[in-house]
Design a protein around this ligand. Structure first.
Ligand code: ZN
Length: 112
């Protein structure tokens, strides 16, 4: 196990302001000395900033796009027809016995 493996979750917790006390100090000390963790922290900060701006992902760098696609179970970002097909199905009348249930179109992000 790589020493940095212990800090992969800490990057997320740090960005969510959920690291405190000595845990935060250990993480920041490690990140100040570890290029890999600094790079991960910077990448996550850029990704968070991109997502907050809600710009389309196609304006993101290849690196960020690959990072996002790597988190989607289907391995790709949705294209407009993915959403349009779901809307067409809902509007088709073929779901006449479906009531009040959400139709989730997220590439499996919330499937588990
Ligand atoms: Zn590290």
């Amino acid at each position: 196990m790589n020493q940095c493996d212990n800090y992969s979750m800490a990057v997320q917790l740090y960005l969510d302001n959920e690291l405190m006390g000595s845990t935060e100090e250990f993480f920041l000390r490690h990140a100040s000395e570890c290029a890999h963790c600094r790079e991960q922290l910077e990448l996550e900060q850029r990704l968070s900033a991109l997502l907050r701006r809600t710009l389309p992902l196609y304006v993101a760098s290849e690196e960020l796009r690959a990072r996002v696609e790597g988190t989607i179970p289907l391995g790709r970002v949705a294209v407009p027809t993915d959403i349009a097909d779901a809307v067409a199905l809902l509007a088709s009348g073929r779901l006449s016995y479906m009531t009040g249930a959400p139709l989730i179109v997220d590439g499996g992000m919330t499937a588990w």
